[in-house]
Design a protein. Structure first.
Length: 405
């Protein structure tokens, strides 16, 4: 499908948004050859440079002109629903944020990162769960319903304050500690109980980017069993709202080479996309709350370009399509729906608009719903902090003004 864009003035690439992409059309990498890997150049550190997880972000309230464009037809040979979803991943419960996303960007889906490491503007479900009523979340969901915005509730990290203590001489392993599974099951039963009677589109993204370095480059070995138990726990309470499962490892889609469909109705499978990471994360110095083993300080990395991800070589639109093949094949083989929960690029990356267009073209040709990882840098944040990752008000920003009735 050919897409229509507004022209971009190259002199404004570090100023405000100027690239428009139709709002309609979802893992990362190895370090470049010759680049040093931090943490003592260990195998685990090299693996960690493959992907990023748990990237913090703030609300976005960016005003960009709208333009009506024709909505693309659904892709053939997919199990996607007739209604397509395109929007953003955000972290706060700002009502104005929702209003701006609808008014200025015409989104019809927002993925909410539910985290424990946030601030007052971030949904801290542990504190709200004590009341059993979730008043802030209820208000936010009501606003989303009013604006006809579907919501993905994303368990972005696990709020386990009673982790099992490892044996003497052993390191803590998330995947051998069943208290983590118990916390996730209890959390989702609570959310399912809270949402089950809501007459709006709500999706349960049961865990963000599951990753076990011991099982890399595949998904955590126990994850299919744990995810099935979480699904069963949700379905005991809420038989209706769809459930989203990310195979992993982390943000990569390689797990879908051997991952098997889970039992139950209304299950959607998800991927994230940040490859090639030396390009998408260029100029990022703050790697807190990520699985980056090193900062990608070198900037002016171009697209397409030669990068070291997954064997290295030229990275372009076709290479992205090859990297996403495990998810594409999984979708076709099992006739399931796929959702891209996150993708993005540093706002100062050269040709970032083309990179994002290439990604969205591939999502669209496969009939995938998607939400871009978008945020607004906190006041006073360094321009090189990962808080500015993704598409805020510069050359990389994609304003997708889809004609939505």
């Amino acid at each position: 499908m050919k897409n229509k864009f507004l022209s971009i003035n190259s002199a404004l690439v570090v100023l405000s948004a100027s690239v428009l992409l139709l709002f309609g059309y979802a893992c990362t990498q190895r370090p470049d050859a010759g680049q040093a890997v931090s943490s003592g150049d260990t195998v685990e550190s090299e693996k960690k440079s493959e992907l990023k997880t748990n990237m913090p972000l703030e609300n976005v309230a960016q005003t960009v002109p709208r333009t009506d464009v024709k909505q693309p037809a659904p892709s053939e040979n997919t199990a996607q629903a007739t209604k397509r979803h395109r929007g953003f991943t955000v972290s706060g419960l700002s009502l104005k944020n929702l209003e701006d996303l609808k008014k200025d960007w015409n989104v019809n889906i927002v993925r909410l990162m539910m985290v424990t490491w946030g601030n007052d503007n971030t949904f801290n479900f542990m504190d709200e769960a004590k009341s059993g009523k979730h008043p802030k979340l209820a208000e936010w969901l009501d606003k989303a319903a009013q604006l006809d915005i579907s919501v993905v509730l994303d368990l972005h990290d696990v709020p386990n304050r009673n982790k099992a203590k490892p044996k003497a001489g052993e390191k803590y392993n998330f995947w051998t500690d069943e208290t983590n599974l118990n916390v996730m099951m209890e959390f989702w039963k609570e959310m399912a109980s809270f949402c089950k009677d809501r007459k709006q589109e709500i999706y349960y993204d049961i865990l963000n980017e599951p990753l076990d370095w011991g099982a890399f480059p595949s998904y955590p070995k126990i994850w299919p069993e744990w995810s099935q138990k979480i699904i069963n726990a949700i379905r005991e309470v809420d038989p209706t709202h769809p459930i989203i499962v990310e195979a992993g490892p982390g943000s990569l889609c390689w797990g879908y080479k051997s991952f098997q469909p889970l039992k139950g109705e209304g299950i959607i499978y998800s991927i994230h996309l940040y490859q090639p990471q030396a390009y998408t994360h260029q100029g990022i110095s703050d790697i807190r709350n990520t699985d980056l083993a090193k900062a990608y300080l070198e900037t002016n990395q171009k697209w397409p370009g030669v990068y070291g991800d997954h064997g290295g070589g030229l990275w372009d639109k076709e290479r992205i399509r090859v990297e996403l093949k495990p998810a594409i094949d999984f979708q076709k083989k099992y006739k399931v729906a796929v959702y891209v929960g996150e993708f993005g690029v540093a706002k100062w990356a050269p040709q970032a608009d083309q990179y994002l267009k290439d990604c969205i073209d591939i999502f669209e040709e496969n009939g995938w719903d998607w939400s871009a990882h978008f945020e607004k840098a906190p006041s006073g944040a360094s321009s090189m902090m990962i808080h500015t990752m993704s598409m805020e008000s510069a050359s990389a920003i994609l304003m997708i003004a889809r004609a939505q009735k």
